[in-house]
Design a protein around this ligand. Structure first.
Ligand code: SF4
Length: 304
């Protein structure tokens, strides 16, 4: 569609719309055929407006109107298949974020701390609602994803089934691909945080608090953005945060027997990973190590 968005032929857009609807019907295993739905789409005001005015619109407006047509086609297509197929598609696009309402699942031990990951305030996370990257205003507890992708840990790849389906988290129950508005109902829910999952007298709490103070994501981000602007002094600030985080992880591992798989819940993702997500990486230098801005290609590889 990129080509049609740049060029200006109405008939190409019409053909692409039809192909998109055909692809969508296949993807969602809709019982309706293209012939059932296409005449209705063609007669609709969004399509009529799009085809009539496409050549005179600029690219950004074309993009918005094209998205409007795609939303309409999705609505019409999903209306013919208003139920869950257990195809696993949504479970491959990201694991669920947990809400306070999910605590019973943790109490029952269906999901344990080993299955969890903490995204701390200020981190960049993937929003299942908008399917986009967002800066998190407060921490989130998420189910871990399988290495190298966004597939939920509990998705059984061979069967596409959820291994905890009867007790799946609230976000999974609200995720109805045929009814995206259902997701908005979660807006009134409260996100779960680490403090709700730890006893108030847990000896790990002071360690977590100290890590939060010494390795705040906002401080790291500030130092990294100054490095990008060429302030050499910011290297020390960022490296202090990195070294504190590394030493604490070593201490937890060696002295407390808490390995990396539990650490990502207790103190979040390693600072070295966050540095990458903010567009820099660690490189060797004459004095030890230094933080270097990624090339565009490296950045794109990390984002994808
Ligand atoms: S918990 Fe189950 S339903 Fe929810 S995303 Fe994971 S596999 Fe899918």
């Amino acid at each position: 569609m990129e080509k049609q968005l740049k060029k200006g032929k109405s008939d190409e857009v019409e053909a692409e719309s039809k192909k998109s609807l055909e692809r969508l019907l296949k993807e969602i295993h809709a019982p309706a055929s293209l012939d059932d739905l296409w005449p209705g789409i063609q007669a609709g005001s969004v399509f009529q407006d799009l085809v009539r005015n496409w050549p005179s619109w600029g690219e950004p407006y074309r993009e918005r109107r094209w998205e409007a047509l795609c939303r309409e086609m999705e609505k019409v297509a999903y209306a013919t298949r208003p139920y869950c197929l257990r195809c696993g598609d949504c479970c491959r696009q990201g694991s669920p974020t947990l809400y306070v309402e999910d605590r019973p699942i943790l109490r029952k031990g269906i999901i344990t701390r080993l299955d969890l990951l903490t995204l701390r305030a200020g981190e960049i996370g993937f929003s299942n609602a908008t399917q986009d990257l967002v800066l998190l205003p407060e921490e989130r507890i998420k189910v871990k994803e399988k290495p190298g992708g966004r597939e939920c840990l509990f998705l059984e790849s061979e069967t596409n089934g959820c291994s905890i389906y009867e007790d799946r988290p609230l976000q999974c129950r609200a995720m109805e691909c045929w009814n995206p508005d259902n997701f908005n109902d979660l807006n009134s829910q409260i996100f779960l945080s680490r403090k709700e999952l730890l006893n108030p007298d847990d000896p790990l709490i002071p360690i977590i608090e100290s890590h939060t103070r010494r390795c705040a994501v906002s401080d790291l981000q500030e130092a990294l953005s100054r490095i990008k602007k060429g302030f050499a002094a910011a290297q020390d600030e960022a490296l202090d945060i990195l070294f504190y985080d590394q030493h604490l992880r070593e201490y937890l591992n060696q002295e407390q027997g808490i390995g990396p798989e539990s650490q990502v819940f207790l103190i979040g993702r390693p600072i070295s990973d966050l540095i990458l997500s903010f567009g820099l990486h660690i490189a060797d230098s004459d004095n030890g190590i230094t933080l270097v801005q990624n090339s565009q290609t490296q950045h794109e590889a990390i984002e994808s």
